[in-house]
Design a protein around this ligand. Sequence first.
Ligand code: NAP
Length: 342
Amino acid sequence: MSLRLSTFKAPPKGEHYDLLIVGAGPAGLSAALYAARLLLKAIVVSMDVGGQLNLTNEVDDYPGLLRISASELVARFRDHAEKLFGVPVYTNITVQNMIREGDEYHITGTRGLDVYSKAVIIAVGTARRKLEVPGEKEFTGKGVSYCSICDAPLYKGKDAAAVVGGGDSAMEGAIILSGYVKKVYLIHRRSEFRAKPFYVEEARSKPNIEFILNSVVKEIKGDKVVRSVVVESKDGAVREISVDGIFVEIGSEPPKKWFQSLGLETDDLGYIKTDEWMRTNLPGVFAAGDAISMWRGFRQIINAAASGAIAAYSAYTYLTERGLIRRPVVKAEGAVNGGKQG
Ligand code: NAP
């Protein structure tokens, strides 16, 4: 029996909240648990739970947890916010609009989402970047994948796969795939890597991983499924390599157009601009996690969680300073009262 408070449905229509958190990755769920500790009436709405963590295998850089599978960490983040602190997490929902009405935002989205909140935290993360080459769209799901960790086992015993990218995701993907596929080609547009050195070393130590550097993918070819990839090197040489699958691991990007449609100020790449308290340019709207402009180039789970906690505290400060909620009052006899719930 599931102990989840809510799933696959929208929250009650017309409900009013102190804080609505969009996104249920490490940032959104950390914000949720801090909001609950600050006695805010909070809610999380999200497309999925876990965000980019779902694309990772193991996590060994979250303090105190030594080594943990990413899926277990996602479950713990959710349980902490939802089971321990009682913040409802509604999934499979996309927020589409957020219109200011008085002291609140009227928030609408898919699955009939139609609620009001005095403060909002945007913690939606980013989406996988596309190569934008011929064949990519056509063969997505038919040999083109954006998640090596999720899909590598499907290629067990196959002859060859290509991984594109030079960051941690590509390196981790190539290493995992090398355990399933006879030959892995790691295609990267430069000869230097963004990936952590130990990942590069491990990938280099695998006899069945071949590095194809200073090269870009020009086309993905196939019939019903992917059969080959066309690669061009910086010196202009073009080669076609037979592969059963291609894993595009070239990072991710924020939903810039959606942010801008909400009136959020973004940087040149579309990440939300915030100050150190995670405040955006919109009153009562805060941002956290991978979608913020801060810490570009060092997006870590710990940063996402920290920014979520800060955003929740900022939302609480915003609400109390404007008298939109009452601070808990210590009564003469010692009882604490006044934290607004419900
Ligand atoms: P990333 O660090 O942004 O790396 C993206 C890679 O793709 C770069 O090497 C980039 O090349 C290349 N690239 C970008 N656009 C391209 C294009 N259009 N065509 C060809 N190549 C392109 O992304 P990531 O590897 O997904 O990592 C994202 C974040 O997650 C990082 O902070 C990373 O540390 C973290 N992460 C951590 C772990 C872990 O620690 N277990 C695992 C996975 C991810 P250039 O270098 O030339 O720009």
